[in-house]
Design a protein around this ligand. Structure first.
Ligand code: ADP
Ligand code: ASP
Ligand code: MG
Length: 406
């Protein structure tokens, strides 16, 4: 008898018919004698709808209450799935984050899981129940509802799998695996049968929303093998596991794109020690995650800094920068959200040269201007204008011939 955690995303539980489809798949597995924990997301579009309501009321709605609001999306879907399974004659019990409890810190909107209790879930499984867990949510030390960041149900699933020492964590979604790039951007995208945690982590952090970044991180730390599969067919899927010698040996394995970033420029800054420290410490205290940072070479002791944040944090970031503008001696603060970040990812880049040149050439051939560049051992990212994002992805996928099996 195996213990399996299955996670179904928003599209997979998008309406009652799809919930019935999920229930059938879960029941089939249960009938084979396995213990099953199902983690579900809110029905497709629901989290956005709820967020839209809050933003109609306030430009920057209270973040603690936004979490209370958003967590209702998953409350609806766990209940509907449990009702469906019960009506099919199965014993099912739903759990909200606080009922487990799945404990997190208090970073509302981006909470990190600290630990979770296992007893109640294990008792239910032993009693023959199908356990259904609301993804994306937890509870902080003061008993407040928290959410884990957009796409966070994947993380709930991996955390549950790690805590219960499950035999597998299956992420069911609307694509049948992890591809060399988003298959909805180019039909040339090729499915990867296996991928290492490290590469997957880079892909997730650079916009491949097929897996939430923290899910991959937790999988890597706790060595949970994660399988990404389609909830609409029985194709094999992609295994995310520790890198090994059988894996594809390509320099570049994937192209990713994130169109959810925004750019902030602070102009006329004094080029002296402590200015960047003050700016980024203040942003960190407000829990703004800053990504790429570029500081220009100063002229006559004056410089400017441009950095990217998530689009959702743009209003908050601009408010903070405006407040400390005088203290850091800046003359202007500008924000724009018409940018995108395209990246190439590959463990093989560690030992190859010339990759950046090939990337920049491919973008130049399409007339795409690069605004910012950042690199790590296994990725190169370029910030470009958002309208060119998909063109850039296709150009890079072609330039590195990712459609071809290595
Ligand atoms: P769910 O709601 O099931 O969590 P998501 O929308 O969060 O699903 O993630 C699945 C989507 O991820 C796909 O529909 C696809 O557009 C996108 N995606 C982006 N990059 C990739 C990739 N490299 N491989 C597969 N899917 C990708
Ligand atoms: N419902 C949440 C979201 O839309 C979490 C998830 O789907 O993983 O971001
Ligand atoms: Mg998702």
């Amino acid at each position: 008898m195996a213990l399996i955690v299955q996670k179904y995303g928003g599209t997979s539980v998008g309406d009652l018919e799809r919930i019935a489809n999920v229930a059938r798949r879960v029941a089939e597995r249960y009938d084979q004698g396995d213990k099953i924990v199902v983690v579900v997301s809110a029905m497709a579009g629901e989290t956005d709808r709820l967020l839209g309501l809050a933003r109609k009321i306030a430009r920057i709605p209270n973040e603690r209450e936004v979490d209370v609001l958003l967590a209702t999306g998953e409350q609806v879907s766990v209940a509907l799935l449990a009702i469906t399974l019960e009506s099919m004659g199965y014993k099912a019990r739903s759990y909200l984050g606080w009922q487990i409890p799945l404990r997190t810190n208090s970073a509302f909107g981006a909470a990190r899981i600290e630990d979770m209790a296992k007893t109640a879930l294990m008792d239910d499984l032993d009693a023959g129940n199908i356990v259904i867990v609301a993804g994306f949510q937890g509870v902080d030390p003061s008993g407040r509802v928290t959410t884990l960041g957009r796409g966070g149900s994947d993380t709930s699933a991996v955390a549950v799998a790690a805590a219960l020492k499950a035999d597998a964590c299956e992420i069911f979604t609307d694509v049948d695996g992890v591809y060399t790039t988003d298959p909805n951007i180019t039909s040339k995208a090729r499915k990867l049968h296996r991928i290492g945690y490290e590469e997957m982590l880079e892909m997730a952090s650079l916009g491949a929303k097929v897996l939430h970044i923290r899910a991959v991180e937790l999988g890597m730390i706790h060595q949970v093998p994660i399988v990404v599969r389609s909830s609409f067919d029985n194709e094999e899927g992609t295994l995310v596991c520790a890198e090994d010698s059988d894996m594809e040996r390509t320099v570049v394995s994937a192209v990713t794109c994130s169109a959810k970033d925004a750019k902030v420029t602070i102009a006329g800054l004094q080029d002296k020690p402590g200015v960047a420290a003050r700016l980024f410490t203040t942003l960190a205290e407000a829990k703004v995650v800053v990504d790429t940072i570029v500081q220009n070479v100063s002229e006559k002791g004056i410089t400017d800094i441009t950095f990217t944040v998530s689009e959702a944090d743009l209003a908050k970031t601009l408010d903070i920068c405006d407040k400390i503008r005088d203290a850091i001696g800046a003359t202007g603060v500008f924000g724009s959200d018409d940018i995108a970040k395209v990246s190439i990812v590959g463990a093989g880049m560690r030992s190859h040269s010339g990759v950046a040149g090939r990337m920049f050439t491919a973008l130049a051939k399409e007339g795409i201007n690069i605004e910012m560049i950042s690199t790590s051992e296994i990725k190169i990212s370029c910030v470009i204008q958002r309208k060119y994002a998909e063109l850039a992805v296709r150009a890079l996928h072609d330039a590195f011939e990712l459609h071809k099996s290595p």
